[in-house]
Write a new protein. Structure first.
Length: 278
């Protein structure tokens, strides 16, 4: 018998997963969340929050409060807090899943995510039906909370093939017990483990209640929106994005500009792509 496989059986992996379905490109105010209940076996237990104060394992956090009015080259910020409410040290992994929608629009989106002093990455979204790991290995002690900064960007080279189309994406958070074996990336998490409520996911949602994206009309050659303060500006002044918006979102709540920790790392990562595609 393989000693490693035998050891794995003696110490079952404890895993908690939550799927946050956010409106891909531009309507995520009503994100959906499914997560397992608090751990009853002494392992880690995951809770999420949109404000850093009110945490829950079964209520949906608002990750991106305002995704309306984006143009090619633009990006929007979001924030979510993750807490280990269990009694064992844990590690967090994040992945982004692409649901139904137009493949050109979906693959013109990028997600940047990270935490102060922790892992950070920028990845393009996969084709509809795919999953892409963003980062893994964010350590959380029992009772510890991590603030994750995210940014969703529309590639500056996005073409008019994205007009009048729709897309949707989801954020998949995975919590696993630290030191219990090899780290599992969120895209590769097993459907079941020895722990109760090991993995729970939401079905794909239909309709326009915070999960669908409707792209509107745009000029033949849309210009990129200007970068926010703290991020390198393009040499030519950027036009006002309002008349050129090619996206209609369904979030009616006012947006809030969220500055990123660690020197606006998400903004800088997406601005780098814009500079490669003037």
């Amino acid at each position: 018998m393989n000693p490693a496989r035998s050891a794995a059986r003696r110490r079952p992996r404890r895993v908690r997963a939550a799927a946050v379905v956010a409106g891909g490109l531009l309507a995520a105010a009503a994100s959906g969340l499914a997560a397992g209940p608090a751990s009853a076996d002494g392992g880690p237990a995951m809770e999420l929050s949109s404000d850093g104060t009110h945490f829950s394992s079964n209520r949906e956090p608002v990750v991106f409060p305002n995704l309306s009015g984006m143009v090619p080259g633009d990006f929007r910020r979001g924030t979510v807090w993750v807490r280990n409410s269990g009694t064992a040290p844990a590690e967090i992994s994040l992945a982004v899943t692409s649901a139904r929608g137009n493949a050109v629009l979906t693959q013109s989106l990028e997600l940047a995510a990270g935490s102060h002093g922790g892992p950070a990455a920028t990845v393009p979204l996969a084709a509809p039906g795919g999953c892409r790991s963003v980062f893994h290995g964010l350590a959380l002690a029992p009772g510890q909370t991590a603030r994750l900064e995210l940014a969703l960007g529309l590639d500056a080279s996005a073409t008019n093939a994205t007009r009048r189309e729709n897309a949707a994406f989801g954020l998949l958070f995975l919590m696993q017990e630290a030191g219990a074996g090899a780290t599992i990336q969120a895209c590769h998490a097993p459907d079941g483990t020895a722990a109760p409520a090991a993995r729970t996911t939401l079905p794909q949602l239909a309709g326009t209640s915070g999960t669908a994206v409707e792209a509107g009309t745009a000029p033949a050659a849309p210009e990129a929106a200007g970068a926010p303060s703290g991020v390198g500006h393009q040499e030519d002044p950027a036009p006002d994005p309002a008349p050129h918006s090619n996206v209609v979102g369904n979030d009616q709540r006012p947006g809030q500009l969220l500055l990123l920790a660690g020197g606006l790392f998400c903004a800088a990562a997406l601005a780098k792509r814009r500079r490669r595609n003037p």
